[in-house]
Design a protein around this ligand. Structure first.
Ligand SMILES: C[S@@+](CC[C@H](N)C(=O)[O-])C[C@H]1O[C@@H](n2cnc3c(N)ncnc32)[C@H](O)[C@@H]1O
Length: 275
């Protein structure tokens, strides 16, 4: 009885969320058909790779992806898709990190793909994973440094302690997204690093997002996610110009992948002269 009463507000909230979604003009739209030519052009432009270089990396990663059977074992939805993993592969190839940080690990599907890329690129990077829940399934505890803790308000300290050159951000809370992007922009001025952010697709952007910013448990693709709101706010630019955006110091690209993987890096890291 007591638990019934306690769950009542949550049930009412779910019901009200459902009603809001029903009458909202926003509908989530994920890219089902990937235009490889477009994606390769976007990646070539971002990383300053020639079509030949890009094609070699693409064939290599595709062979690896097929040998591992990721599509069957990990799936392509609600985690890194093949194309998104390929962009992570290009990022690791470029930055050659000694340390990697993942925020939002869940079952470890994206972590599995990232860990497996290391031998392919001859990297020994240590991977530290943060989540608030321990639901790990696809990697073992001794393969990573798993930290079950909310790092909201502490990301600067995480950067200083871990010193990651590659960060994969896949967690929903608005304040955390804002903190990670803002801190990364300042920190990466001093050190070469790349930040990858999942779920930045225009199809997951609800311009009339009605959820309070402090209730991450209510966020889903049906409500719309905060990623593009945060990027537009932190970079001080309209949401419509996020696909390919340059500031004086950084280059942001939201790639045409299923969930819209975004990469953010200082120009210096992407400059072909520094390869
Ligand atoms: C979309 S899932 C991550 C999926 C995973 N990266 C994958 O591709 O398989 C989001 C995760 O973020 C976690 N999360 C939520 N709030 C967080 C916080 N403040 N810090 C770290 N992780 C958080 C959730 O518990 C959830 O496991």
């Amino acid at each position: 009885m007591t638990s019934d009463i306690q769950s009542l507000p949550r049930k009412l909230r779910r019901l009200s969320d459902r009603l809001i979604y029903r009458f909202s003009s926003y509908r989530p739209q994920l890219l089902d058909r990937i235009d490889f030519a477009r994606l390769q052009a976007e990646a070539g432009d971002y990383f300053h790779l020639s079509p030949e270089e890009l094609s070699t990396s693409f064939q290599r990663y595709r062979r690896f992806h097929e040998e591992r059977g990721y599509e069957q074992s990990l799936g392509e939805s609600r985690t890194l898709s093949f194309e998104e993993a390929f962009l992570v592969f290009l990022s690791l190839q470029r930055i050659r990190p000694e340390k990697i940080v993942e925020i939002g690990t869940q079952y470890g599907k994206s972590t599995r793909r990232i860990l497996d890329m290391r031998p392919l690129l001859d990297l020994e990077a240590r991977v530290t994973c943060f989540d608030i829940l321990d639901e790990l399934r696809f990697v073992t505890r001794d393969e990573i440094n798993l930290v079950i803790r909310d790092i909201s308000g502490e990301f600067r300290a995480v950067l200083e302690k871990e010193g990651p050159a590659f960060i994969f951000l896949d967690a929903r809370p608005y304040p955390l997204l804002k903190e990670v992007v803002s801190e990364f922009l300042a920190w990466s001025l001093e050190r070469p690093a790349i930040l990858a952010i999942h779920d930045c697709s225009p199809g997951l952007y609800n311009p009339k997002m009605r959820l309070p910013k402090d209730q991450p448990e209510r966020i889903s693709s049906r409500s719309g996610v905060w990623e593009r709101h945060v990027l537009a706010e932190v970079l001080s630019m309209p949401e419509s110009s996020l696909a390919d955006a340059r500031t004086a110091t950084h280059h942001l690209r939201v790639f045409s992948t299923r969930h819209g993987l975004a990469l953010l890096a200082p120009h210096r890291v992407l400059d072909p002269k520094n390869r």
